[in-house]
Design a protein around this ligand. Structure first.
Ligand SMILES: *Cc1c(COP(=O)(O)O)cnc(C)c1O
Length: 420
């Protein structure tokens, strides 16, 4: 079983807590940079490779600035995400706009920024034309339906709301071309949190074959294929991280096999990964408030599902370390909970852990993507702070914790005076 290591010891966290009370997320800058370099190096062997970080996974501008410095673009799906990209100085084709059920205003903003617009439906060609105009470069999202199996998080492609069918996508390129588009990309995302490298290679193969079909049926040469995100991370100690090299080599082979053989090269290869880029390098730090013994033993923490929704939402496993008890025997069984009035507000169910006492500090692992980002205010819970453990060992707060004033900011209590 792989050991889950931490970039800090108990003393460091105890010192940080004196200034920034729990709960908070803390990200490891050094590890994020190292991983980004390794990712970009491995995939760099692919034709014209570009990775666009999926902003929704971790929309903190400090994290995204780090990734920008390492050479990534951004993948946005809403107006605020486009705004983050703009404020960070991303320009034009540094930005991929992969949205669905898109409002007109978002297409207008994406066009203004010169972002690569990825359409989720055939009807969006007219919608885009009327709202923002048809750009030179246009991309369509493909949904392979029954041709591919999905997985638990993203669901089966034929039941997924995303993308165009095979028949539609051919038609869509023809329509876009007739309306003046001159450059064309192709996108898909059929799996999420997948650890099997072969899935990505199969996806690439499927997309390359589609690029050949589009060329045969429409004469259009696809300029890039975006393979989406979805690379998984080892949440469980017994799981292994994916090999970037293996995926990259497999995609390259498929490319030579299909694209080069059909003389459609060069086609650039894009990805828009989020989870694998920051997920393993963020931690939710929480303090134990209460220990409760009823039919089961409960550890009540000062964090909740509002800080990390994945266990409650997907039944997802997140590893937990009790600081200072790293080597103690795991001879107790606990449900580790938050304080929401929802029984699925649990970070762990029937988990073997060392004996825990009030005041203990827990580290919840792999909280760096789809963690803080999914935070919410249900039950009057406030979103926690985000801290960055810098490469030089110092700590910077990169988002403060919400206050009660933030929570009430959208309400008008004064208006209650005349409201009888
Ligand atoms: C969520 C999402 C991603 C990122 O997925 P990860 O699992 O975080 O890699 C990329 N593209 C689209 C369109 C998405 O919806």
């Amino acid at each position: 079983m792989a050991q889950k290591t931490l970039p800090f010891a108990k003393q460091k966290i105890s010192d940080i807590i004196k200034k920034y009370p729990t709960p908070f997320h803390i990200y490891d800058e050094k590890a994020i940079r190292q991983n980004a370099r390794s990712f970009l190096k491995s995939f760099g062997m692919l034709e014209g490779f570009r990775q666009f970080f999926a902003v929704k996974a971790n929309p903190n501008p400090y994290i995204i600035k780090i990734l920008k410095q390492e050479g990534m673009g951004v993948d946005c799906s809403s107006l605020p995400e486009l705004e983050i990209a703009e404020r960070l100085g991303f320009k034009g084709e540094d930005i991929m706009f992969s949205s669905n059920d898109t409002p007109a205003g978002e297409f207008v903003k994406a066009r203004k920024l010169g972002a690569i617009i990825n359409l989720d439906d055939i009807s969006h060609i007219d919608f885009l034309e009327q709202s923002a105009g048809i750009p030179d470069l246009i991309c369509f999202r493909y949904n392979p339906g029954l041709a591919r199996k999905g997985n638990d998080i993203i669901g089966k492609p034929e039941e997924a709301k995303y993308g165009l069918t095979r028949e539609q996508i051919i038609e869509a390129y023809k329509i876009a071309k007739s309306k003046g588009a001159k450059r064309f990309g192709m996108h898909t995302m059929v799996i999420s949190n997948e650890l099997n490298e072969d899935y990505f290679i199969e996806t690439a193969r499927m997309m390359f074959e589609l690029a050949v079909e589009v060329n045969r049926k429409t004469g259009i040469r696809i300029e890039f294929v975006n393979l989406g995100g979805g690379i998984g991370i080892p949440y469980k100690p017994e799981q292994e991280p994916v090999s970037y090299e293996r995926i990259s080599k497999g995609v390259k082979d498929a490319y030579n096999d299909i694209i080069v053989r059909n003389k459609l090269n060069p086609i650039r290869i894009f990805t828009e990964c989020g989870r694998v880029i920051t997920g393993p390098y963020g931690y939710l730090i929480t303090k134990v408030r209460h220990i409760k013994h009823i039919y089961r033993n409960y550890v009540g923490t000062d964090a909740s599902m509002a800080n990390l929704m994945r266990p409650g939402m997907y039944g997802a496993y997140h590893h937990i370390t009790v600081l200072g008890k790293e080597n103690a025997a795991k001879n107790h069984i606990y449900d580790v909970t938050g304080s929401l009035c929802e029984n699925n507000d649990k970070f762990a169910v029937q988990r073997k852990l060392p004996e825990i006492a009030p005041g203990d500090i827990l580290v919840i692992h792999e909280a760096g993507a789809h963690g803080h980002a999914m935070g919410f205010n249900y039950n009057g819970k406030l979103r926690s702070a985000e801290l960055l453990l810098r490469s030089d060992g110092t700590v910077k707060q990169i988002r403060r914790a919400e206050t009660m004033e933030d929570y009430f900011a959208t309400l008008d209590f004064k208006g209650l005076k005349g409201f009888d």
